[in-house]
Structure formats: structure tokens, C-alpha cells
Design a protein around this ligand. Structure first.
Ligand code: GDP
Ligand code: MN
Length: 391
């Protein structure tokens, strides 16, 4: 689950990371009011930033500076409602504009190969890190956190040294890197990223002073960790969730869109993978991975069928159910109901074995469904149906 910058900043702040204060605004008037607060506290300029769950907002014109509350309101009016990479901006973040001296990149991810949290840093911050990785991979430095001990100070220090930081900024960097690790751990995040991590010029008691601050924040929460964090569920931005994903989540279905033409409806992740492999084996391409889960009811089956059919590329459907807690007759009933409502004719082959398979077979035969006994037969038929439909 991706969360907005403002929410990511709250989670970072909770771990003691240096994040300048901000306000979220949904109307130009709210932008003006927020800006007024920051100007009253001595800000020379404020930044107005689009809150959308995509990167590169700066380049897209979604991050702008303002020198007065009027200007802030005008910029707010321009950014609110703007389209950034297909997403409509509904809210903005308003904050004091920092005087940026230099921009760094700092991120924490889970590296599945080493099965560790990896901290990555680069002196080439501000720009998209994927670009840096492509053009100049040597500019990205990494350290692996210790699984039992976390990110140790000496590791963070070596990372800071690698990107050219020296004291007193190096000490600040160590605390920030450890804070990033703490943020990741506290929230079961699989990505925590600060880009730019900026050196800003501040005046303390008339003396200029350099300080490291987190000017941007990006966090994705591991979906599998969410049940342990009820408090994070409200951070899900329903405005930006893909409608198909939202529907699958509500139905309790695991649904992943793929590029092929054969829609698959299966119960169990392992069986779903095997089914996709067999579709491939017989020369077809699956259009999706779909696991209806254990004990699926007819409503779930109906919803799953709608998800599959919503993809215009689907030209044949393969249903493969191994009944355990799932009852075959319940699935068959769901399929019959789904077909009655179906707006688009798509050929389908159904294989149902296990619990109540005989009852399912009777229902399907009465409703004149194309069925198969073995998975091989089902996959072969589905591929043939898809090819027939393509012709
Ligand atoms: P992104 O483009 O979506 O990653 O959004 P960012 O929050 O990273 O903002 C993009 C760029 O805007 C940053 O790299 C900075 O150069 C600039 N920016 C963001 N916040 C400030 C700020 O407080 N002061 C100044 N001067 N520039 C800022
Ligand atoms: Mn950024």
C-alpha cells in the first residue's frame, strides 16, 4: 500500500526524523490559510506540493514555490485539479520553503536476494533514483542492515562517508539512516525513501548553519503486514486505488493483472500458479493470476468473473477449482449466476473436482457449460478456445 507524502512524513516524524512542519490543504483558501501561518512564523517562501501517489511531481509542475499567501493560493488553485500521470490532484501539502544547499538520496528497501533491509544512498539526489541507477549505478552506495541488530551506527557512518558527508552532517546522517530503518520496522514498510534528503541553510542566533532535513517522503507498507497495523488502514488513499484492486480487496480475492488472453479463476495460490504454467505449456498466455481463496461463496465467484471480464484482452476463461473447504456446487452456482448477468460473450471451460464435484457437474451440465476432467484437458481446451476466438 502506497501512502501520501504527508502521511509518510507523519510516520517519519514519529521516529524522530527531521521533517519540517507542513499542512495539507484541499482548497485554494486552505492553501492561503496554511501559507499565512508559515509566513507568520518567518518563512521567506512556502512550497505547495501535489499529493499524488506517483513520483516526479516536481517535473510535472506539481511542486511550486510562493512568496506570498496570494501567490500560494493562486498556485494552489493551479495545482489542485491538475492531472499528474493520469491522477487528479485533490490535495496539496504546504510547507516552509527550505534554502537547499545540496540534495542527497536516501532509501531503505527489502532486498529479497539477501533477505535483508538495504539502505541506499547517493550524492545525486533530487532526481529520480531509477535514472541514476540506469546512467550511473556506481553513484548509489548500499549497506545491509543486520537482521538481529538493525542498522548499526558504523554501517550508517560508512554509507554517509561514501556519499561524501563529513561531520557535523555525518552525525546527523547516521541518526537519519537509523531513523529510516526504524520507520521501516515500526510500520512493516517495504520501502522508505527520502529524496531529496537536503542540506539546508538555517540561521541559528544570527549564525548560518547547515542541517540535513527530509524534504520529501515516500513509504509503501507491505500489504501482508497491514493486518498488524490497523492504525495504518485509514492512510489508504481510496481516491487513487485502482478500481479493480479495490474490488478484489473487498472480495478478499488475490488478483494480479497480466498481459495474456486467458482469464483464470482458481482457488489457492499454488494451484493458480500451476494453472498458469499449464496454460503456458499448451501455448497460451494467462490474462491474470486470480486466487478466490478458500471457501469462496457464489458472490465471490461472481465478483471474480466480473474482474476477469473487465479486461478486454480476455478471449477465453479457464476455471480450475479443487474443492476442499470450497464447495464445488457453490462455485458452479456462482458461475451460472455470473453468466446470466454477463454482458460480453466469452468462451469458458470449467474444471471442478473435490468437495461436491458431482453436484457441480450436474449443475454445469444442465446449464450447458463446457467442462473438463483433468487440468491438462482444461488448459488445452482454454488455449484452443482463445485461439478460436482470436480467429
Ligand atoms: P517529487 O518530484 O515528486 O520527487 O517531489 P519532491 O518533493 O522531491 O520535490 C521536487 C523538487 O522540488 C525537489 O527535488 C527540490 O528541488 C524542490 N523542492 C521541494 N521542496 C523544496 C523546498 O522546501 N525548498 C526548495 N527550494 N525546493 C524544494
Ligand atoms: Mn522527491
Amino acid at each position: 500500500m502506497k501512502i501520501q507524502e504527508a502521511d509518510a512524513k507523519s510516520l517519519m516524524l514519529a521516529q524522530g526524523l527531521p521533517v519540517p512542519p507542513w499542512e495539507v490543504a484541499r482548497t485554494p483558501d486552505e492553501v492561503r490559510a496554511a501559507a499565512q501561518q508559515f509566513f507568520a512564523h518567518g518563512a521567506a517562501k512556502v512550497v505547495v506540493k501535489a499529493q499524488v501517489l506517483v513520483g516526479g511531481r516536481g517535473k510535472a509542475g506539481g511542486v511550486k514555490l510562493a512568496s506570498s499567501q496570494e501567490e500560494a493560493a493562486e498556485i494552489g488553485a493551479r495545482i489542485l485539479g491538475m492531472d499528474i500521470k493520469g491522477i487528479t490532484v485533490r490535495k496539496v501539502l504546504v510547507t516552509t520553503a527550505a534554502e537547499i544547499v545540496r540534495e542527497y538520496y536516501l532509501g531503505a528497501i527489502i532486498d529479497r536476494a539477501s533477505r535483508r533491509v538495504v539502505l541506499m544512498a547517493s550524492a545525486e539526489g533530487g532526481v529520480e533514483i531509477e535514472e541514476v541507477a540506469r546512467l550511473n549505478p556506481g553513484a548509489i552506495h548500499r549497506v545491509e542492515a543486520e537482521p538481529m541488530l538493525g542498522l548499526l551506527a558504523f554501517q550508517a557512518r560508512s554509507l554517509g562517508l561514501a556519499i561524501g558527508l563529513r561531520d557535523p552532517l555525518l552525525n546527523q546522517f547516521v541518526a537519519i539512516a537509523q531513523g529510516l530503518f526504524a520507520t521501516m520496522k515500526a510500520n512493516d514498510a517495504d520501502l522508505v525513501e527520502v529524496n531529496p534528503l537536503a542540506v539546508v541553510a538555517e540561521t541559528v542566533g544570527g549564525e548560518p548553519q547547515a542541517k540535513l532535513v527530509c524534504l520529501d517522503a515516500k513509504i509503501t507498507i507491505d500489504d501482508s503486514g497491514l493486518p498488524r497495523h490497523r492504525e495504518l488502514e485509514p492512510l489508504r488513499d481510496l481516491d487513487e486505488e485502482d478500481p479493480a484492486d479495490a474490488k478484489a480487496r473487498k472480495l478478499g480475492i488475490n488478483f494480479i493483472h497480466l498481459d495474456g488472453s486467458i482469464g483464470c479463476m482458481v482457488n489457492g495460490a499454488g494451484l493458480a500458479m500451476t494453472t498458469m504454467d499449464l496454460v503456458n505449456h499448451y501455448g497460451g498466455e494467462p490474462a491474470n493470476f486470480l486466487d478466490v481463496g478458500g471457501g469462496a461463496r457464489r458472490e465471490t465467484v461472481r465478483g471474480a468473473m466480473e474482474l476477469i471480464l473487465a479486461d478486454p484482452k480476455v478471449s477465453a476463461i479457464l476455471v480450475n477449482i479443487f474443492g476442499g473447504i470450497t464447495r464445488g456446487d457453490e462455485v458452479a452456482a456462482g458461475l451460472i449466476e455470473a453468466r446470466a448477468q454477463q454482458v460480453r460473450e466469452v468462451p469458458m471451460v470449467v474444471r471442478i473436482v473435490g468437495t461436491n464435484a458431482a453436484e457441480a457437474a450436474r449443475l454445469l451440465q444442465e446449464a450447458r457449460f463446457e467442462t473438463a476432467v483433468s487440468l491438462d484437458e482444461a488448459a488445452e481446451k482454454a488455449v484452443a478456445l482463445a485461439k478460436g476466438a482470436a480467429r
